[in-house]
Write a protein that binds this ligand. Sequence first.
Ligand code: PLP
Length: 389
Amino acid sequence: MKTIFEKERELFLPTYNRYPLEISYGEGAYLIDKKGDRYLDFFSGLAVNALGYAHPKIVQAVSEQITKFAHLSNNYITDIQIEFTEKLLKNAHMSRAFLANSGTEAIEGTLKLIRLKKGPDKKIFSLTNSFHGRTYGAMTLTAREKYKKGFEPLLQNIGHIEFNSIEDLESKINENTAAIIFELIQGEGGINEVSSEFISKVAELREKYGFLFIADAIQDGVGRSGKGFVHEYYNITPDVLVVAKSIGGGLPLGAFLTTEELCNVFPVGKHGTTFGGNPVSCAAGKVVLEEVFEHGLIEHVAELGAYLKNNLLKMKDELPDQIVDVRGRGFILGVELSFDASEVVKKMRARKVLTNATNQKVLRLLPPYIITKEDADLFLGALKDSLKN
Ligand SMILES: Cc1ncc(COP(=O)(O)O)c(C=O)c1O
């Protein structure tokens, strides 16, 4: 009989490099394979499963909603969409929402909003080393070449500003700037934090030129950084805040949230989606928001995130030849190694801990918010062991 890996090669376009694991089910922060081996999951489906696997409240909310209706289309507005969106806007301190299915779809909608508001001639900027998604607009914003090469022609009037370079920012931003969009902590790019000086300069230039500031909080938002959204650590509020990934607690959901000033840019019919704001996803999303913002998970992430980071910094002192840098906040942390991080991913997997490597040398940690101190210690032990060997 063929293995699922052999079948995978026959059935799918070869776009993914899959882990050699046959997962049977998930439970809390653990994935259990068909042999019954338990793996501590320290990247939670790429920053999606904020409440871990099979969270009882998500299971209940989703089951209740699906027995009523799974989907109605956006010709209807439903109670669950209202309840979810009220909580989302309140906790994000934003005025209006458009609900989508994914991060890249939310970015596309944001780009359309910027163009409609600012016109076709003004330029939109992102930062070098950024990642914003795989569809054409989001891919054009994405600065890293490996995601774009061969797909040209891309969208017009989009440029990139050198990461954290105030000089480059000042030389490119002017009255012809429509917007600047960035992740305050770059995820895919290797957990790089935008500096407070750079953010202050963006705020100052926005006052002067009136462009829009868009925060792509798809990976670092909804409590992952130890605050609701990373911009809350700084003296800046976005004109548009883009969320996805953890907001749906494992179900596909994304959104872009605007200020009051932008609430009338799209007239009826100008933008839309079939699945966006799906009621079952919203039911899961509402549980995520309650757990994160109302039941103390955010404080847990801040506390345990600091514990993890301190211990990683200590490990860096002990193993200076292996660990080059430790970056990030809360549960979005990066350990830059002096060598290919995928080696360590493999060694950790052998020790039953799942991690992810990004930008070659960075071990990316995106654990579910529900991990315990014992889980953190298990991870730290496995990492030290893997690095020493
Ligand atoms: C910062 C950021 N923006 C956008 C995206 C695209 O989101 P999605 O994969 O849901 O389309 C991602 C996905 O990794 C991301 O990390």
